[in-house]
Ligand binder design. Sequence first.
Ligand code: ADP
Ligand code: GN1
Ligand code: MG
Length: 368
Amino acid sequence: MNSEYSSILQQFPFDGSFIKLDTIDEGHINTTLKAEFSGAKYIIQKINTVVFTKPDELMSNIFAATEYIKHNLSAQGIDPSRRTLNFLKTNDGKMYYRDDNGNCWRSYVYIDNCYTLSENCSAEEIFEAARAFGEFQNMLSGFDGSKLYESIENFHNTPVRFKAFLEAVEKDPVGRVKDVAEEIEFFKARENETGIVTGLLARGGLPVRVTHNDTKINNILFDKDTKKAICIIDLDTIMPGSSLYDFGDSVRSGAGTAKEDEVDFEKMTLNLDIYTAYVNGYLEGTAGSLTDKEIELLPFSSKLLTYETGIRFLTDYINGDVYFRTTHPTHNLERAHTQMQLVKDIENKFEQMKEITASAAGRIKSES
Ligand code: ADP
Ligand code: GN1
Ligand code: MG
């Protein structure tokens, strides 16, 4: 085994003797390993410190949020062991281990017998995912957001993302701008809509809530036997935000008909049946807590978050792939193309999305 890993295995109070270590390739940000010991299985993760520059603050958020979730679940009579992440402290009581090269490592219990969703999921699975994200948000409503650090500043501030994109275009650090003129125009043409949610949040037109902020569809573990969503993972970006961020990002990642990095990007469309399932699940999970304005903006949030993710992929392509994990030089560009295609399809289906949303909300109101 790599000697980097053998020193890390000494740092946490793992149960039993070491059996094996495997890598998990899912996720664009951290380096994730599965470690099997005779007594239990664990995740060991190298925190991406280019993305999360203050690991002390990050881990303080995660310990605070998971403690809160565990208390909340226990109070409802639910055993929290498979229902949230259970982080280990290091043998000397720290929230993560910093190795001699400055790399930061954390560990938490591996939740066995689970799977994650990817593109083209069933309506039942998406309903379940949406319900789980909605319930998660409701659960966090009692959590004091002022206890949280901003783990990534302006994470869903789309106008700030737009500015960062313009700066990248201006600097053109690796000479890629000449190849992406059409893509740049696509994002510039839609600039006028970037500030709608941030503007409303600033003016009090939308509530600020504690949100997950990275509700990609593979950030939920489903139980293999029951097919139920059991645990929301990837808690690095729990921060004050908007329910629209959580809703929009899940639709972006779960209601599209192609992989996020599908090269044949024209395969990417919005599946309206899946969108419908997502709306129904989210309204059920949030159980009446969304305001009318939030509900009205659910279709728009799907477009906004797809636009925002697209502009982030394109910006990273222009910057030379410094943020998202990539496997080949055009990877971020391919991802930007699928997101652009999805934005266009959402624009085409926007009226239908509004009707679906209004009718689901009306039905739920009349039932309650
Ligand atoms: P990233 O921030 O890079 O997206 P994640 O925290 O989402 O990293 O973890 C990457 C992947 O590892 C997840 O998509 C999931 O497949 C798997 N995973 C993470 N935590 C657990 C866990 N506690 N039990 C089982 N699998 C997990
Ligand atoms: C990243 O970590 P992961 O793969 O779940 C990113 C999200 C993007 C997503 C796009 C901290 O999510 O914001 O929407 O990639 N997470 C971070 O696939 O930047
Ligand atoms: Mg993830």
